[in-house]
Design a protein around this ligand. Structure first.
Ligand code: MN
Length: 285
């Protein structure tokens, strides 16, 4: 039987500074520090002029969680202190497990920057359980054509992680997480299944959606649902592009400082020290 989840919050993402740019921050939002296990969601969406400046994030460390990049449009060059190098293009996803620590940089690909164009991406931080925070770093390079598609009435959904509508995405996750990128045509109304034990967040990159026949959200808005049902009802009032994220909460203490997310303040101090001592590796700019 279908039990629709009620809406806890619909809010416009905050504009926050990130380097020389601004991004829309959908998590944390208002008084919601996290939607366990989802810690942070940033949306970068800009038309880049030929020659730039484009996206250019200098080397920085991470420990204790998974930073994930969903690239919808544009071209990104990624490098890290483990010697990995990746080139992401539209539709690709980079699922990184920072684990005990990694230093990386992200920038627009140089040849792409010559002509410029639309750069549209989301960066999501998924927390790691206590037992996995110090595992070896890992990098899953997920190409667009490896992501399976679910077609429903008016909806084209790409299943990046988890199993959704019987289809399993390619990303391997440390705890149960579902990540689905959806494009929905105006005039359709659907119920999207959600595991009853999961927290659920929907971020709308573009368009206009209505939830439960009453709550409305435009592009750049986030919808957060209570854990009180097994589906989410959405109606596209315009063609819409969204990311649906659901995950089983870890229910563990969170202690964070900048790019480090651990369980205790002592572990944060250790992370800062380890980074300063070069234990997360080095990456020259
Ligand atoms: Mn990063």
């Amino acid at each position: 039987m279908t039990q629709l989840r009620t809406v806890q919050l619909i809010a416009r993402a905050d504009e926050v500074a990130l380097g020389h740019d601004t991004v829309k921050q959908a998590l944390p939002i208002r008084n919601i520090d996290q939607m366990d296990p989802f810690l942070l969601l940033h949306h970068f969406n800009k038309d880049i002029e030929p020659g730039g400046p484009g996206l250019d994030v200098a080397p920085h460390p991470h420990r204790g969680f998974e930073p994930i990049t969903f690239l919808f449009d544009g071209a990104i060059h990624h490098r890290d202190s483990r010697g990995n190098e990746g080139f992401l293009n539209g539709g690709d996803v980079q699922w990184m497990t920072a684990g005990m620590g990694i230093v990386h940089s992200e920038a627009a690909q140089k040849p792409w920057l010559e002509n410029g164009g639309k750069m549209n991406l989301i960066q999501l931080w998924v927390n790691l359980p206590k037992k996995d925070k110090m595992i070896q770093p890992r990098y899953q390079d997920i190409k667009a054509d490896s992501i399976p598609v679910v077609e429903k009435e008016g909806l084209t959904a790409r299943v990046v992680a988890g199993t959704w509508e019987g289809v399993t995405g390619p990303a391997e996750t440390r705890t149960p997480v579902v990540a689905v990128e959806g494009r929905m045509q105006k005039g359709h109304k659907l119920e999207l299944p959600v595991d009853t034990t999961h927290n659920a967040v929907l971020y709308l990159m573009d368009g206009f959606l209505q939830f439960n026949d009453k709550h409305q959200a435009g592009g750049g808005f986030v919808a957060i649902f209570r854990q009180d049902g097994n589906s989410i009802q959405i109606e596209a009032l315009q063609d819409s592009h969204f990311l649906l994220l659901t995950g089983e909460p870890l229910n563990e203490p969170v202690s964070s400082y900048g790019p480090f997310v651990m369980n205790t303040q002592t572990e944060i101090m250790e992370a800062i020290r380890d980074y300063q001592m070069g234990k997360m590796g080095m990456l020259t700019y």
